[in-house]
Design a protein around this ligand. Sequence first.
Ligand SMILES: [Zn+2]
Length: 42
Amino acid sequence: MAEESEAEKVKKGICPLCGAKLVFQEGCKTCPACGWSACSMG
Ligand SMILES: [Zn+2]
């Protein structure tokens, strides 16, 4: 089993929702493809 957790994907710069590359924007990792953002983690 090599299933990656959401946090592992984010660490690698991959969107946990759609698999696109995350970009670093305003201090947070954000997905330009689907709008997911790590900022919501608090
Ligand atoms: Zn995405």
